[in-house]
Structure formats: C-alpha cells, structure tokens
Write a protein that binds this ligand. Structure first.
Ligand code: HEC
Ligand code: HEC
Length: 200
C-alpha cells in the first residue's frame, strides 16, 4: 500500500521533471552564450563538475534532496521512519518538526544527526532517482534552485551548514567520497572555467 503510493508519487515527479527540463535546456544555453566557449576550459570544467557530482550523489547529500516528501537515511537510502515528511515549509509536519529531533549538532548519545537549520531541500531541488544530466540541469535552473547563479551555488556548497555536515556526519555514517578541500577546489575550478555541465 505504502509502496504503491510512493511509486505513483515518483512517476508524477519524474513526469513533471521531464516537462520542466525542456525549459531548463533553453535557459542554460542562453546564459552559456555570454561566455566565449574555449574547448580546453570546457573539458576542465566538465572534469571538475564530475567531482562535484560525486559528492552531490553521495548518500549524505541526496538523502535530503528527494523528489518526493520523505527524507531518506543511511547508505541504502531507506525511507525516514516515524511518518516524517516535509510538511508545508520543508521543516516537518505540524507535530513532527525536524528540529524536534535534529538539533544544531550531532547528538553523541542518540546518534541523531544535527546541524543548524536542519530541513528537507525543497521539492524543486530534489535529485533522488534523477540521471546525472537531469541533476545537472535541475541544479543550474534558477526556477528550481532558489534563483541561484553558478557563483551562488558554489558559495552555498562551500559554506552552508547542511552541506558541511556531510563531512562530519556522526558515528557510523560515511562522508562523501571526495575530501572537503578537494570538493572546494573542484567547485572553484568549475566556476572559473565557465561552469559547464554535460550535454548528455
Ligand atoms: C522523531 C524524530 C525525528 C524527526 C521528527 C525527524 N528525524 Fe530525521 N532522523 C531521526 C533519527 C533518529 C535519525 C538517525 C537514523 C539512523 O542513522 O539510523 C534521522 C536521520 C535522518 C537523516 C539521515 C541522514 C543520513 O544521511 O543517513 C535525514 C536526511 C533526516 N533524518 C532528515 C530529516 C528531516 C528533513 C526531517 C524533517 C522533515 C526529520 N529528519 C525529522 C529522527 C527524526
Ligand atoms: C539535512 C538536509 C540536507 C543535507 C544533508 C544537504 N542538503 Fe542541500 N539543501 C537542503 C536544504 C533545506 C536546501 C535549501 C536551502 C536554501 O535554499 O537556502 C538545500 C539546498 C541545496 C543547494 C541549492 C540549490 C539546489 O539546486 O539544490 C545545493 C547546491 C545543495 N543543497 C547541495 C548539497 C550538497 C552538495 C550536500 C552534501 C554535501 C547537501 N546539499 C546536503 C538540505 C540539505
């Protein structure tokens, strides 16, 4: 029963993303025309972006970026128990606020992870189940990413407390596969080389 509903939501979610992607492509191509395309830079940029993507797709990040309403847990991405869902403001339902259990830092006794402003990424920023290219386009689409330019995205990914939590995730949870300083270097390089993303 629960499974069925989840799949329906996934299907509707994927359908919508498909429709929206048409606009995304046009938007991105427009902005990329502002910068002269240098093929060497493009190659470097794509390589740096590949490193960034390895992090984005890691469980610590993507568990909080679902395309439906339920956070996920662990390296196997199981659905969050206790009926937890995003609620109206992505911070939980009326009686199940994320902050009830998730505090400003990891809890060493209960092992509940924590960081300032713990909450679920808005649905438009959902990546779980998308292909790399779909994630890349969603990431750069200002109508989905909170109106962020590539520079704003890099700033968010270098400074946000939830992003940084991924490298201090608490006992028994693995950090992303790329060390945080290499991730930062890749972000800088991606931006400096024109913030390219793969065509396919
Ligand atoms: C009733 C308490 C409770 C509430 C409310 C709650 N969580 Fe959790 N959450 C937990 C516990 C406990 C864990 C640790 C589970 C584990 O590691 O085995 C957890 C783990 C997680 C993880 C897994 C991290 C990882 O990468 O493995 C995410 C993501 C998460 N919660 C997001 C949220 C969000 C977003 C909300 C609000 C919409 C929320 N939680 C509300 C108790 C809660
Ligand atoms: C505890 C949940 C949580 C975790 C863990 C988390 N995020 Fe997020 N993420 C959010 C929320 C909430 C927002 C929306 C915040 C905003 O717009 O200011 C967000 C927004 C973003 C954005 C902004 C724009 C967009 O298109 O999504 C990026 C980029 C991002 N996260 C990357 C990451 C990366 C990379 C990691 C892992 C290293 C990560 N996040 C881990 C909850 C999380």
């Amino acid at each position: 029963m629960l499974k069925l509903t989840f799949f329906k939501v996934m299907i509707i979610g994927l359908g919508l993303t498909g429709m929206l992607n048409a606009t995304v492509l046009v938007n991105y191509k427009d902005t990329s025309l502002l910068k002269p395309v240098n093929e060497d830079d493009r190659e470097k940029s794509l390589k740096a972006f590949g490193t960034v993507m390895e992090v984005i797709k890691s469980p610590r990040c993507i568990n909080c970026h679902p395309t439906n309403d339920i956070p996920r847990q662990g390296n196997v991405h199981r659905l969050h128990p206790f009926n937890v869902n995003r609620g109206e403001d992505d911070h939980g339902g009326l009686v199940q606020k994320c902050a009830t259990c998730h505090h400003k830092e990891n809890n060493g006794y209960t092992n509940v992870p924590g960081a300032p402003h713990w909450g679920l990424a808005p649905k438009t920023m959902g990546w779980f189940g998308l292909t790399d290219v779909e994630i890349a386009h969603a990431l750069l689409d200002k109508s989905k990413n909170g109106g962020r330019s590539p520079a704003d995205l890099v700033k968010h990914m270098s400074t946000d407390s939830l992003v940084l939590w991924a490298w201090n995730p608490g006992k028994g949870r693995s950090a992303p596969p790329v060390p945080v300083d290499e991730f930062r270097k890749a972000l800088d390089e991606w931006l400096e080389t024109g913030a390219h993303i793969p065509d396919k």
